[in-house]
Design a protein around this ligand. Structure first.
Ligand SMILES: *[C@@H]1O[C@H](CO)[C@@H](O)[C@H](O)[C@H]1NC(C)=O
Ligand SMILES: *[C@@H]1O[C@H](CO)[C@@H](O)[C@H](O)[C@H]1NC(C)=O
Ligand SMILES: *[C@@H]1O[C@H](CO)[C@@H](O)[C@H](O)[C@H]1NC(C)=O
Ligand SMILES: *[C@@H]1O[C@H](CO)[C@@H](O)[C@H](O)[C@H]1NC(C)=O
Ligand SMILES: *[C@@H]1O[C@H](CO)[C@@H](O)[C@H](O)[C@H]1NC(C)=O
Ligand SMILES: *[C@@H]1O[C@H](CO)[C@@H](O)[C@H](O)[C@H]1NC(C)=O
Ligand SMILES: *[C@@H]1O[C@H](CO)[C@@H](O)[C@H](O)[C@H]1NC(C)=O
Ligand SMILES: *[C@@H]1O[C@H](CO)[C@@H](O)[C@H](O)[C@H]1NC(C)=O
Ligand SMILES: *[C@@H]1O[C@H](CO)[C@@H](O)[C@H](O)[C@H]1NC(C)=O
Length: 887
C-alpha cells in the first residue's frame, strides 16, 4: 500500500485548479533522464533534469505504446543504471539539516529497455535500505514516499542492483514540511495511505491544491454520504489542502452512529503505525439550530480520542503521538449519545515507522572526501552515496562504533591518475591512519600537514612527481618509526635530511665513467661486456633514513681506483686475523665454508672459496671488486675480499639472524608473524628489484632462495650471493650443469628449457620463496609423509586452490593471526610470480608495490581492529573462515 498503484495515470483536470504564482520553495523536483527543464502543464511544478544530482546512468525513453498523451510527462523517460551496484542521487535542500522533508521516488517501467521484464532492485535512503522496488508490469506507476528529518545538509537516494534487473528511476521529488508536523518518537514515516474521504473515485489531489505537494487518493464507501462546502477552511500546521477539508463524509443512514475505517498491514505483519485524522465542521451555526456534532474515536474498540467537535470551517487534526503497534486497525468514529448530528471525517493519513538506524558518515569526513573527489575530478564509479555505508567506497575504509557516525580511516588513491598537488582537504580527514597516493602524477611539495595528522601510520607517496624536500616533521616521524613512509620514485624529491649531501652525490654521478678498465695483470677485459653498473639510474629510496639507498659511485678514476680497491682487498694473513684462524664456522655452501670474524670491531662473515669450485677464479677479482661497490640496504654488502693465489675469500657484513629458511622451519621456536614475513618479503623483493632495475645491464641473481635471504638483528632481510653465480656457476646443492645454474625447486622452467636467462627467472624463484613464506613449506618437500604434500610447492598450492581450501594453505604456525585479504593478495602475487610462462610474471617493481599493499592491509588490521572487512574476499575463502581453530 505504500506503493500507490495507480493504474493508468489519467489526467483529471477537474482536480487541478491551477493557482499560478504559488512558489515552490522547499521543492526539489527531478524528472530523471529528462533532456531539459520544464514546467508541468497540469501541476505547474517545475521539473529539472537530473544532471546536477547524479553523475552516472543513462537516459532512456519508455516504449511508445506506454507513452500516451495522458501520461504524466515525468514518466516518459527514465534514468537507467546498467553499470555499478549502487548509484545515488544527492539532494541538497537549501534549508539543510534538522528539517523534516517528504521524499518521493517514482517508477514506471514502460518497457524502456524493450526486454518486457520489469526489474527488481533496492531503494536506499542514505545508508539505510528504504524499500525493495518490485515492478509488476510495464504500465503501473509505483512510488515510495517517506517523511524524514535530515541529519545532515544532504541526502542520498540510491538504487542498488540486486541482480534481478537493471535499476532505473522515473522521478524524484523532495518537499520541505512544516516544522513540528509529523513528529515521531523515533524513526521516519513511510506512507501507507493518504486519502481524501469523498474525493470522487479516479481523482488525485496534489500541488497546487496541496501546497506541500502530498498526493491524496480518494476513499469512498457505499455507506457514506459526501458533504461539501464552497467556503474556505482555515488550515492548521498539517496544512491539509482546503479542497480536502471542504469535503467530508458522514453515514448515509442517519440511524448509524459511526463511521468505520479499517486497515490491515501489508502481509498482516505487525508494524508500528502513525495515524493522522483530519476533521472540519462544514455545517454553519450548529448551536443556533440547537444542533451538536460531538464525536469519539475508537481504535480496536478502545476510546482513542474524544469526545470532541471541530470548529466551523477550521481544520482539526487528531494524530498519534506514539506509534500504534499491530497488523490490523479498526477505527470507529461514533457520535456521542447527546450529539444530534452524525459523525464526519474529511481525510486520513496512515504511515508506518521506518527505523533508519544506520548513521551516515561524519559530515566533516564526507565534506573532505567530496572536496578531494572534486579537487582531482575523480570519476570512480562507486564513489557515490555515503563513503562508509552500507558499503565502503573503493579505496576507502572506515571505522564503525555503535550508532555513531562512521569515520574514514584509510584512503587509497593509488594508480588513480591523480595530477596536481597533494590535496589540502586530506588534512580534514582527521582520523586518517593509512594514505596511499602512490603511482600517480602528483607534483609539488610534500605538504607539512601530513606530519601533523595524529593517526597517520602509513603514508605511501611512491612513484609520483613530487619535488622539494620532505617536511622535517615527516622525516622525524618516519625516523622514529611513528609512520611507515614510502617516497621512492619521486625523481625530484629529496628524501633525506639534510638534503645537500645527496645532491652532491647526484652531481658526481652525472660524470660517471665505466669501471671495467683493465687493472693489473687480470683479464678483466673479458668482463667488459658484463660489467654492471648499479645505482646509476637508481631512483631515490624511501625517506626513512635507514631505508635510504646509498648510491654507488662509479666515478673513480684509475689512480684513485687502486687506492679505493686496496681498502677492500685483504691479504690472506689479514683474513686469518679477522677469523682468528678460521675459529668459528657459521655455514657451509658449494662455494666453500663461511667463518665468523671481526673487522674493526664489527662482525663479519668470511666466505672462503673452495679451490674445487673456484673454476672462475680469473674473473673473481674483477667481480669481487665490483660487488664491493654495490650497496643496497637489502643486499648483503661485501666489505672486502681476499685474492691471494689459491686463497680466495669474500668478506660480508654479518647477518646475525641467519637465513629465512631457518626462520620458516619447524626448528625456529618463534615463528615469524605475518607482518614480519611481509616485511622480509618486501626487503628481499626490493633487493632483487634493485639488481634488476638499478643496475645496467640488469643483474640477474640466478639463485634466489630462502637460504639466500639473510636477516640481521632487526630482522631486516638482505639478499646474499648476488652476482656470484655469474662467476661461479656452482653453488650449494645446485643442479650442476654447464649451463643451467640455480637450485632445484627454484629454477625457472622456461629458463631450464630455453637456457635464456632473464630477470623473470629471478621473479619465478622469488614466487617460490613467497609461497614458502606464506605456507611455511619447503619448495620441494622430499620428506613429506602425506602423498599430497610431496612434490613441488606450486603443485601443492594449485591442488589446495583447486579444492578451495585456501585456509589450510597458510602456515598453521601463524595461528590465524593475519588479515585474510592481505594473505590472499600475497598468494595472488606469489602465484603470478611463479607462473610457468615468464610473460605472465610480474616485474619486481610490481611485486614490491603489491607486497607493500599487503603490508598496509595487515597493518590496517593491527592498527584499527574495527576496520571493516572488505567484501573482496573470494567466496570460498569466506566459507572456510569458520574452520575451528586447531591448536
Ligand atoms: C540540529 O539538531 C541537533 C540536535 O537536535 C543540534 O545539535 C544541532 O545544532 C542542530 N543543527 C542545526 C543547524 O540546527
Ligand atoms: C523545529 O521546532 C522545534 C520545536 O517545535 C525546534 O526545537 C527546532 O529547533 C525547530 N527546527 C528548526 C529547524 O527550526
Ligand atoms: C456539493 O453538494 C451539493 C449538494 O449536496 C452538490 O450539488 C454539489 O455538486 C457538490 N459540489 C461538489 C463540488 O461536490
Ligand atoms: C431509523 O430508526 C427509526 C426508529 O428507530 C426507524 O423508524 C427508521 O426506519 C430508521 N431508519 C432507517 C433508514 O433505518
Ligand atoms: C459505533 O457505532 C457502530 C455503528 O453504529 C456501533 O456498531 C458500534 O458499537 C459503536 N461503537 C461504540 C464503541 O460505541
Ligand atoms: C490478518 O489478521 C486478521 C486478524 O489477525 C485476520 O482477521 C485476517 O484474516 C488476516 N488477513 C490475512 C490476509 O491474513
Ligand atoms: C433551542 O432550544 C432552546 C431551549 O432549549 C429553545 O428555547 C429554542 O427555541 C431552540 N431553538 C431552536 C431554533 O429550535
Ligand atoms: C448529555 O447531556 C446531558 C444533559 O444535557 C448531560 O447531563 C450528560 O452529561 C451528557 N452526556 C454526555 C456524554 O455528554
Ligand atoms: C605527469 O605530468 C607531467 C606534467 O604535467 C607530464 O609532462 C607527464 O607526461 C605526466 N606523466 C604521466 C605519466 O601522466
Amino acid at each position: 500500500m505504500a506503493k500507490l498503484y495507480l493504474l493508468l495515470a489519467i489526467l483529471l483536470p477537474v482536480a487541478f485548479v491551477l493557482v499560478h504564482g504559488q512558489d515552490q520553495q522547499g521543492f526539489i523536483s527531478i524528472d530523471c533522464g529528462a533532456s531539459n527543464d520544464y514546467t508541468d502543464d497540469i501541476t505547474g511544478i517545475s521539473y529539472s533534469t537530473d544532471d546536477k544530482f547524479i553523475e552516472t546512468g543513462v537516459s532512456r525513453i519508455i516504449s511508445p505504446e506506454f507513452n500516451t498523451r495522458i501520461l504524466y510527462k515525468r514518466f516518459s523517460n527514465v534514468r537507467s543504471f546498467p553499470e555499478g551496484t549502487k548509484n545515488c542521487y544527492t539532494l541538497r535542500p537549501i534549508q539543510g539539516r534538522n528539517h523534516s522533508y517528504l521524499i518521493r521516488a517514482s517508477f514506471m517501467y514502460g518497457n524502456y529497455d524493450a526486454k518486457s521484464q520489469p526489474p527488481e532492485f533496492d531503494l536506499y535512503l542514505g545508508v539505510n535500505k528504504w524499500n525493495s522496488v518490485k515492478l509488476e508490469d510495464a504500465f503501473s506507476l509505483t512510488s515510495f514516499e517517506i517523511i524524514h528529518v535530515l541529519q545532515s545538509d544532504y541526502i542520498h537516494v540510491c538504487l542498488v542492483n540486486t541482480a534481478s534487473g537493471t535499476p532505473f528511476i522515473s522521478a524524484l521529488e523532495l518537499r520541505l514540511l512544516n516544522n513540528g508536523s509529523y513528529v515521531t518518537q523515533s524513526g521516519s514515516l513511510e506512507l501507507f495511505v493518504r486519502a481524501d474521504c469523498g474525493l470522487s473515485p479516479s481523482e488525485l489531489l496534489r500541488y497546487p491544491d496541496d501546497s506541500l505537494d502530498r498526493i491524496w487518493e480518494p476513499l469512498n464507501d457505499d455507506a457514506w454520504e459526501v458533504l461539501n462546502t464552497s467556503l474556505p477552511v482555515t488550515p492548521n500546521r498539517y496544512e491539509p489542502p482546503p479542497i480536502v477539508l471542504t469535503t467530508a463524509v458522514t453515514p448515509k443512514n442517519a440511524n448509524d452512529s459511526g463511521l468505520k475505517l479499517p486497515w490491515s498491514s501489508e502481509h498482516n505483519v505487525s508494524n508500528d503505525f502513525y495515524f493522522y485524522l483530519h476533521f472540519t465542521e462544514i455545517v454553519k451555526d450548529l448551536q443556533i439550530e440547537n444542533q451538536t456534532r460531538t464525536m469519539n474515536i475508537f481504535l480496536n474498540n478502545k476510546l482513542w480520542y474524544g469526545p470532541f467537535f471541530p470548529d466551523y470551517l477550521s481544520a482539526f487534526t487528531v494524530y498519534s503521538t506514539s506509534p500504534e503497534t499491530g497488523s490490523y486497525f479498526e477505527f470507529w468514529i461514533n457520535k456521542t449519545e447527546n450529539s444530534t448530528l452524525p459523525p464526519v471525517i474529511s481525510a486520513i493519513e496512515v504511515y508506518t515507522v521506518k527505523q533508519l538506524v544506520l548513521s551516515q558518515t561524519d559530515q566533516n569526513d564526507v565534506d573532505a572526501i567530496m572536496n578531494i573527489k572534486f579537487f582531482y575530478g575523480l570519476k570512480i564509479r562507486d564513489w557515490q552515496g555515503d563513503p562508509c555505508a552500507p558499503t565502503t567506497w573503493n579505496g576507502v575504509n572506515c571505522s564503525y562504533s555503535g550508532f555513531d557516525p562512521p569515520r574514514i580511516i584509510s584512503l587509497n588513491l593509488s594508480s588513480s591518475g591523480l595530477t596536481k598537488s597533494i590535496a589540502p582537504y586530506i588534512s580534514d580527514l582527521i582520523l586518517l591512519q593509512i594514505l596511499d597516493l602512490s603511482n600517480n602524477n602528483l607534483t609539488g611539495m610534500v605538504p607539512d600537514f601530513l606530519s601533523q595528522m595524529p593517526d597517520l601510520r602509513i603514508l605511501n607517496l611512491q612513484h609520483n612527481n613530487l619535488s622539494g624536500t620532505l617536511p622535517s616533521g615527516l622525516y622525524e616521524k618516519s625516523k622514529n618509526e611513528a609512520i611507515f613512509l614510502s617516497v621512492d620514485e619521486n625523481p625530484n624529491l629529496c628524501s633525506t635530511n639534510p638534503c645537500d649531501e645527496k645532491k652532491d652525490k647526484k652531481s658526481d654521478n652525472s660524470i660517471v665513467i665505466p669501471v671495467a678498465t683493465s687493472v693489473g695483470g687480470f683479464l678483466v677485459v673479458l668482463l667488459i661486456s658484463v660489467a654492471v653498473f648499479c645505482g646509476l639510474k637508481r631512483r631515490k629510496q624511501a625517506a626513512v633514513p635507514n631505508l635510504t639507498t646509498v648510491n654507488v659511485e662509479f666515478n673513480i678514476k684509475k689512480d684513485e681506483e687502486s687506492e679505493e680497491i686496496k681498502k677492500q682487498q685483504f691479504t690472506y694473513s689479514q683474513v686469518l686475523g679477522i677469523t682468528k684462524n678460521f675459529e668459528r664456522v657459521i655455514g657451509k655452501g658449494g662455494f666453500g665454508t663461511v667463518y665468523h670474524g671481526y673487522l674493526n670491531n664489527s662482525e663479519v662473515a668470511v666466505k672462503m672459496l673452495s679451490r674445487s669450485s673456484a673454476q672462475g677464479f680469473k674473473e673473481f677479482h674483477a667481480e669481487a671488486k665490483l660487488l664491493t661497490r654495490v650497496y643496497h640496504r637489502n643486499l648483503t654488502s661485501l666489505v672486502g675480499y681476499c685474492d691471494e693465489g689459491p686463497n680466495m675469500g669474500l668478506i660480508y657484513e654479518y647477518m646475525s639472524n641467519g637465513d629465512l629458511a631457518w626462520h620458516l622451519s619447524d626448528r625456529n621456536p618463534h615463528p615469524l608473524s605475518w607482518e614480519e614475513r611481509l616485511k622480509i618479503s618486501i626487503d628481499a623483493a626490493q633487493g632483487l628489484e634493485y639488481l634488476h632495475n638499478g643496475c645496467k645491464p640488469p643483474m640477474i641473481h640466478r639463485d634466489v632462495k630462502t637460504t639466500n635471504i639473510l636477516l640481521n638483528e632487526k630482522l631486516q632481510a638482505k639478499l646474499a650471493d648476488f652476482g656470484l653465480s655469474r662467476a661461479f656457476p656452482t653453488d650449494g646443492d645446485s643442479h650442476v650443469s654447464t649451463v643451467v645454474v640455480g637450485t632445484p625447486g627454484y629454477l625457472d622452467p622456461e629458463y631450464y628449457i630455453s637456457n635464456r636467462l632473464t630477470e623473470k627467472s629471478d621473479v619465478f624463484s622469488f614466487g617460490v620463496v613467497l609461497l614458502e613464506t606464506i605456507t611455511g613449506r619447503r619448495a620441494i618437500d622430499k620428506n613429506a609423509k602425506n602423498k599430497d604434500q610431496k612434490g613441488h610447492i606450486i603443485e601443492w598450492v594449485n591442488l589446495i586452490l583447486s579444492r578451495g581450501d585456501i585456509y589450510n594453505m597458510v602456515d598453521p604456525r601463524l595461528d590465524q593471526e593475519f588479515d585474510k585479504n592481505s594473505v590472499w593478495r600475497a598468494v595472488d602475487v606469489a602465484m603470478a610470480c611463479a607462473s610457468p610462462t615468464s610473460i605472465r610474471r610480474l616485474t619486481m617493481t610490481q611485486v614490491v608495490m603489491e607486497l607493500k599493499q599487503c603490508l598496509a592491509m595487515e597493518m590496517g588490521r593491527t592498527v584499527g581492529s574495527n576496520v571493516t572487512e572488505s567484501s573482496e574476499l573470494p567466496e570460498m575463502f569466506r566459507r572456510t573462515q569458520r574452520v575451528p581453530q586447531s591448536r
